[in-house]
Design a protein around this ligand. Structure first.
Ligand code: XBP
Ligand code: MG
Length: 256
């Protein structure tokens, strides 16, 4: 029986990366006097590393960009990332980033059926509440029993830690849940915690390895706005509903 839906945020609830996080990183770089520019293609490569601070670190290591000599590099990166978060929160508040098709509909259906909701994400906690507030209103933050986010666990996705953390907080077993993800790293993370996972892919992730996902689709869909099924069982409806998620989360299905 399906007891909870665990939502990833970036790329799954909303297309936050290209026009949100990427833009905010670049604004923070400009403010810091850096000539770094993460264009759309480069950002797609950098998304292989989850976590904003970890992504900046990876960029420094792999691309050798110019930057000042600093006494404490981890602290300098954390400061740069803090400035990025401020820009990102402003972009969210300006209403730049809508939720993906079907997200509000599915949240409402789950709530009406008593299916519990949680969030399991790599991003900074304020970014989650900022997105919810800007798209669904402040009260929507309370719809989620657990918001597992950011540095609350030492190892970010693809490690399973953030999903294990959410399961422990919900006091549920993996087979009582389903995870909604958009990326290969997200799929690996959910599977590492034993949770069946459905993927709604996007332009940055469509070529990712989704091995082990029970279903891969274009988006959650809406009545009159059908989905494209890439892998997995066809839903009865032309969009993704709780009945379909319950079917996917059965242990027999999850094991196939
Ligand atoms: C999301 C991320 C995050 C965001 C940036 O991955 O990788 O790093 O891009 O967020 P997922 P922060 O959707 O798999 O959780 O800058 O706040 O880290
Ligand atoms: Mg994601």
């Amino acid at each position: 029986m399906l007891k909870a839906i665990l939502f990833d945020v970036d790329g799954t609830m909303a297309e936050t990366e290209r026009d949100g996080h990427r833009v905010a990183f670049n604004l923070a770089f400009r403010d810091a006097g850096l000539d770094w520019d993460w264009d759309v293609a480069l950002y797609g490569e950098l998304l292989a590393v989850t976590g904003g601070k970890e992504r900046i670190r990876h960029f420094i290591d792999q691309h050798n960009p110019a930057y000042p000599t600093v006494a404490d590099e981890a602290r300098w990166i954390a400061g740069l990332h803090k400035a990025k978060t401020a820009h990102y929160l402003r972009l969210l508040a300006e209403g730049e980033i809508p939720l993906r098709p079907g997200v509000i509909r599915l949240l409402n259906e789950a709530r009406s059926k008593g299916i519990r909701l949680a969030i399991s994400t790599t991003t900074t906690p304020e970014n989650v509440t900022g997105l919810l507030e800007a798209t669904l209103g402040k009260e929507s933050i309370d719809w989620f029993e657990v918001i597992a986010a950011g540095d609350v666990v030492p190892a970010k996705k693809p490690a399973g830690d953030i999903y294990v953390y959410a399961l422990e907080a919900l006091k549920l077993e993996p087979h009582e849940c389903i995870a909604l993800e958009d990326s290969g790293n997200g799929v690996k993370s959910a599977l590492a915690a034993g949770i069946p996972v459905l993927v709604t892919d996007n332009a940055y992730t469509h070529a990712d390895d989704f091995s082990g996902a029970v279903s891969v689709i274009s988006d959650l869909g809406e009545p009159g706005q059908p989905i494209t099924l890439r892998h997995g069982p066809a839903p009865t409806a032309s969009f993704i509903d709780c009945a379909y998620l319950a079917e996917l989360s059965t242990p027999m299905r999850a094991a196939t």
